[in-house]
Design a protein around this ligand. Sequence first.
Ligand code: SAM
Ligand code: ZN
Length: 406
Amino acid sequence: MFCGLMKTLSFSFPTEVVVEGMSDVVVPMLEAFVAKPSDYAPSKAPVFYNPVMEMNRDLAVLALQTLQRTADRELLVCEPLAGCGVRGIRLAKEVEGVASVFMNDINNEAYHLAKFNVERNGVADRIVVDNEDANISLSRFGAPLKRFDYIDVDPFGSPTPYLDSALRALRRGGCLALTATDVAPLCGIHPKACIRKYGGRPLRTEYCHELAVRLLAGALARTAAKHDIGVKMLFSNSSRHYVRLYATVDYGARKADASLSSMGYIHHCFSCFHRKVSMGLFSFGKFICPECNTEMKIAGPLWIGKIVDKVFTDSMDNEAKSKQLREKRRIHRLLASISGEAEAPITYYNVDAICDKIGLPVPPMKRVVTELETAGYKVSLTHFAHQGIKTDASASIVKQAVAGTC
Ligand SMILES: C[S@@+](CC[C@H](N)C(=O)[O-])C[C@H]1O[C@@H](n2cnc3c(N)ncnc32)[C@H](O)[C@@H]1O
Ligand SMILES: [Zn+2]
């Protein structure tokens, strides 16, 4: 990944050069900031750069290119938490039709490094870098003719502190990209933190990563509704380290009401895996599992509507063919998998978890899929989990299929 090492006299810390896509940027030399094995180098370094997020940035290039082709005009882009500048530089260099990128970071060393990298990549005529708090910076672009077409919010932890100002700085039809790295709260390990940040209850179910995307989408929809803005989810994905969501916005109270009608709850039975979706922003009373009479636990309010647009995802996959990306095949596999589950039912079953519960060895996934398909059910695999199955079959049918193939 690293293409040569170099000390740069202009910085007070050791640096090296990395190549991502068509850009090469100076970043902190991460190994110099690891004092003990448990140290997480990106957050110890004076300026943030995380090589693990390269694919996250690759997908941003593909999503923005897809948006640009659809809009068929030049786009104004903003990255309010830019770190060393690699993301904004890549968007300017690798996406056709980007008129300008406004980058910002509160950290003074990040600001200087980002400016240096902008010059180094020959895009200083199209990128402005600022050194301000992200909310203050975004708020300066809240007036109608100043707004952006695309804002990429990629913070430490949760993006929710920036939602209001980012939404105000987006023009009609613009796209907001959100990264959430606080996966532990979103997946129910710290439920109180999730309720505080996202206004929804998480659940530690086997499909908690999908719930994480839906909680983030729900927080976005509700924040947007305050501003009479409706949202449409275009693309989302989840990995061990983060959850990512791309959504377009449209102005109007009716649009906002329509978005809120996609909010609801997911009731889950930890005893038999049965789950039930209920619509609405408010939930009352206890729910008893109709299959086994156990009290069901509840996640939400969260986004029940679509979290991926199949056409948009397929276009991203198509764009990948002509882009310079290190992990093209992996990206294609991921996008094909996400496209394949775009229309599938909400939540998924985890064959591992089922086998654990019923005390049987884990069968090959292919056999479980065939068993369900032969019985007439729709089945798709999911990028959320290797052992995950999305299907319209009930929990008891899935358990029978798993048991029958062991
Ligand atoms: C996860 S890093 C950004 C990484 C970058 N987007 C990338 O793709 O490499 C988050 C950045 O937000 C900056 N930051 C933290 N709080 C901020 C704030 N209130 N306003 C602006 N920047 C902030 C940090 O200095 C850090 O560089
Ligand atoms: Zn049950």
